[in-house]
Design a binder for this molecule. Structure first.
Ligand SMILES: [Zn+2]
Ligand SMILES: [Zn+2]
Length: 346
């Protein structure tokens, strides 16, 4: 597993939690995508399971060499499970004969939570602590979230549940209150730049990538691999800003264009959806610091992007899907800073 870029404070906290006599069993990792939330959850799993801590001793760092560390690093540990929208762990009720699989579903359903509960009742295959990562946790429906409560409160001793989300405010309070919340913040530019150089990335590129990734090491690594993604991104973000401030009629025109381009070539449209996601995530970060901000509207916008992706995968008609997405976006007032404020992460 790659070195985690930044987050020294979170790593220290995780080490403390893992070394406690009774490690924390429910974590909430809240922060923007690409900052390293999942890697941090996996780091906690490695700390808890590393064979280097045999004899119940405390651990500073996972060794990275033992079977447990290696399997987790390779994403191949049988006791590390990610639960997201789709049908992983789907477990219909015994009398629910018409329950069809739902690989394309947009939310995390109660049947999946039922599967999770059944799973945690069993011993892990080989881990001391099984890790279940629920990502994104804000896709848990209300009923599913309520079903999860009891397990979150008293998970069996051999299970840790990590909820990952960029919209912690949209989780129900009873879920949040049962978790140890850890805020995963954007990583300072200099740290990302230094980490990229350590990985052998040419310093000029590392500097540019670190500036463009807005505190998200995951994105930085993508840019370092394919620098073309960057130039486009600034242009796409600028267009997002214009469309977000535009009248409904202009949004409809844009939705039509998107649908037309999607028909010709899907890939650039996916990049555009990524830009929209980045745009609203950045709005969300700024909104957290502004009192009058429409946080619910922004969360709704992010959700609309997830939905449109699912719709496009499910071969739904593209144009109405894009229109619905554009209508779900709140309207920004022109002139709101998008890029300047982000410079504060630098
Ligand atoms: Zn190890
Ligand atoms: Zn199901």
């Amino acid at each position: 597993m790659d070195e985690i870029i930044g987050h020294a404070d979170v790593l220290r906290e995780l080490r403390g939690l893992a070394n406690a006599p009774d490690p924390v069993h429910a974590l909430l990792l809240a922060g923007p995508g690409g900052t390293g939330r999942t890697l941090l959850a996996l780091q906690y799993a490695r700390l808890l399971n590393c064979e280097g801590r045999s004899g119940g001793g405390a651990i500073e760092e996972p060794c990275g060499q033992c079977r447990s560390c290696r399997l987790i690093g390779e994403g191949a540990h049988p006791d590390v499970i990610t639960l997201g929208p789709g049908d992983t762990l789907c477990k219909p009720r015994p009398n629910e004969s018409g329950h069809e699989r739902h690989p394309q579903s947009r939310d995390i359903r109660i049947c999946q939570v039922r599967g999770l509960i059944e799973l945690v009742a069993r011993y892990p295959f080989e881990a001391r602590y099984r890790m279940i990562i629920i990502d994104p946790a804000d896709r848990l429906g209300r009923e599913a979230a309520n079903t999860l409560l009891k397990t979150l409160e008293e998970p069996p001793g051999h299970t840790v549940i990590a909820l990952v989300t960029e919209a912690p405010d949209s989780l129900i309070e009873t879920i949040v209150s049962r978790c140890r919340r850890i805020d995963v913040r954007p990583v300072p530019r200099t740290e990302i730049e230094a980490a990229l150089v350590r990985r052998g990335i040419e310093p000029g590129l590392a500097s540019e990538v670190a500036r463009e990734c807005h505190g998200r090491p995951g994105r930085a690594l993508d840019y370092a691999r394919s620098p073309d993604l960057m130039g486009d991104r600034a242009r796409l973000l600028e267009r997002c800003r214009k469309i977000a401030a535009a009248k409904t009629s202009e949004r409809f025109t844009y939705a039509g264009e998107l649908a037309e381009r999607f028909r010709r070539d899907r890939v650039p449209v996916q990049a555009e959806l990524n830009a929209w996601e980045a745009f609203w995530e950045e709005q969300l970060q700024q909104a957290a610091r502004r009192e009058e901000a429409d946080i619910a509207g922004i969360v709704e916008a992010l959700r609309a992007i997830v939905l449109v992706r699912a719709d496009l995968m499910a071969q739904v008609m593209a144009r109405p899907a894009f229109e619905l997405m554009l209508l779900s976006f709140p309207t920004l007032t022109l002139g709101e800073p998008v890029e300047e404020e982000l410079a504060t992460h630098a």
